[in-house]
Write a protein that binds this ligand. Sequence first.
Ligand code: FPP
Length: 263
Amino acid sequence: MFNKLLKRNTDLVLESGDRSVLISNEAVPAHIAIIMDGNGRWAKKRSLPRVAGHHEGMKTVRKVTKLANELGVSVLTLYAFSTENWKRPKIEVDFLMRLPEEFLTTFLPELIEENVRVEMMGYHHNLPLHTLRAIKKAKEATKDNTGLVLNFALNYGSRAEIVDAVKDIAAQVAAGTLDVCDINEDLISGGLMTKDLPEPDLLIRTSGEVRLSNFMLWQLAYTEFWFTETLWPDFNEDSLLEAIEIYQKRNRRYGGLKGDEVK
Ligand code: FPP
């Protein structure tokens, strides 16, 4: 049976083998969003400083990016730093601000080779110049790539994003260029940082926490959620495959009914 399935995926060369092949024969989520949580606890369990957990978490980013791209996922959005994370100790914030630079410097050749396109959503203000420079360089170097969009949510906050979209709409109404009757969901979606991306199909949060923490509140309206106890640095290819397998068994109805349910 595997050979038959493999034949249908001749252009797919995956080390993870049969499981990945089977997954890719079902509907693969086009957009996966991940709240990468548990780095601090991972470090604490090993009597290491919290930042060691973040550094290990960066290695998970690489693994997950590689597999998502191979599986044919279109967009992977990773919550790397929220607008609330500035409340953390300066030493931790400084470290977190160095990580995109380290990741993109180390892995840019690999991302280019793998046809991955780097994007960022979030507020540029407050971000250090070195972080912005690393992202700008990676975006520029990968802008023509057609594979996975690796979208870092950095200094991102969903409520602020919605407020900004609403302010923009209000300004248009005040200027007389927009009629209140023409305000609709598409207009709000079009004012968000995700305006060029599909809405997430699957949201993953690691470490056993079950909340959204101001992440893509509008965009997740019909997203399937999967929570795992696994701490982000321990999350691996098998974890991602498990999440997708569970997603593929879900019955997405978008508020309607399907097949036999309509009776
Ligand atoms: C939450 O875990 C994690 C973060 C706030 C940072 C996430 C960042 C990474 C995984 C590295 C990102 C890598 C790149 C390439 C940008 P936590 O510290 O709140 O964990 P805890 O709840 O166990 O304390």
